[in-house]
Design a protein around this ligand. Structure first.
Ligand SMILES: C[S@@+](CC[C@H](N)C(=O)[O-])C[C@H]1O[C@@H](n2cnc3c(N)ncnc32)[C@H](O)[C@@H]1O
Length: 276
């Protein structure tokens, strides 16, 4: 019998709700969380309202010792809506406003494993001079290292000023297991001065696995054997602070779908949370 049909957009809601409504796309079409239209279900605004627009200016004050431009990496950018919204937010640009030269203080490299999503992001991006979108499996060191290094080398740098890791940890964890999650976080920590992580809570893992089972597919390879489980925000904090030389600078609270926004800093003394 033909496989049931699932709208990928609704699959995105199912990442947390576990309520797929079969309709028109191949099931399992988003094994990496590569949902088209993800931002329609998890709008960037809900994350942005938790993040101070002045965050980067506070972390890297103009006139301070930090080299310009500031370099940002967005890992798992999907079709770029959140990346572009973050860029506008931190430069305090209004919708439709074109980035003037004087604000070219910020460069974004955005990557995703799904080339179709990356193509769309590239086509729709209003800031092609300062935002780049590339197809990259962040778990593949052979492609990752030359790509990230070549971007950073253009600016004579070896690490990003800030890395965004938004709603991707679960997909790395489900597809690569505990060791994959540990390697992923260790790699991001090694490449960033600041790291903003929005981990999916454990209930999302159960929902993702349940959805696959309902569709008659096997669980994600690693789901049942994961030892890192439970309070995922706390697990990410423990891994980054105990194993990766980072410290938690600030928790910006939780989105309406119960995901924390956690800001970490590499090997530097902590600043008071109130300064953010
Ligand atoms: C749930 S979406 C989150 C999109 C966006 N960061 C946001 O929060 O709105 C997760 C994204 O991570 C990407 N992804 C998953 N595994 C990846 C990998 N190994 N390398 C790069 N991107 C990956 C997926 O293709 C998907 O677009």
């Amino acid at each position: 019998m033909a496989a049931p049909i699932l709208p990928v957009a609704e699959a995105a809601t199912d990442e947390e709700a576990g309520t797929p409504k079969p309709r028109f796309l191949e099931p399992g079409a988003a094994p990496y969380g590569n949902f088209p239209s993800y931002s329609r279900f998890h709008p960037p605004e809900q994350r942005l309202r938790l993040l101070p627009a002045a965050l980067l200016r506070r972390l890297f004050p103009p006139g301070g010792p930090d080299p310009r431009p500031l370099l940002a990496l967005d890992v798992g950018c999907n079709s770029g809506e959140l990346s572009i919204a973050l860029y506008r937010h931190f430069l305090s640009l209004e919708e439709g406003e074109i980035c003037p030269l004087s604000t070219k203080d910020l460069r974004f490299l955005c990557c995703d494993i799904d080339p179709v999503l990356v193509d769309r992001a590239e086509k729709d991006c209003p800031f092609p001079a300062t935002m780049s979108f590339v197809t990259l499996d962040i778990m593949d060191p052979q492609t990752r290292e030359p790509l990230l290094s070549s971007f950073l080398n253009q600016f004579g740098r070896s690490a990003f000023d800030i890395v965004f890791c938004m709603s991707i940890t679960m997909w790395i964890h489900l597809n690569h297991g505990d060791n994959g999650l540990l390697a992923f976080l260790a790699h991001l920590a090694s490449r960033s001065r600041y790291l903003l992580v929005e981990p999916q809570p454990w209930k999302c893992y159960r929902a993702a696995a349940r959805r696959l089972r309902k569709l008659g597919r096997h669980d994600f390879d690693h789901f049942r054997s994961l030892a890192i489980r439970g309070d995922m925000a706390n697990c990410v904090i423990q891994i980054l602070t105990n194993d990766c030389g980072m410290e938690l600078v600030c928790s910006f609270g939780s989105t309406s779908w119960d995901r924390s926004l956690l800001l970490f800093r590499a090997n530097q003394p902590s600043e008071p949370m109130s300064s953010l």
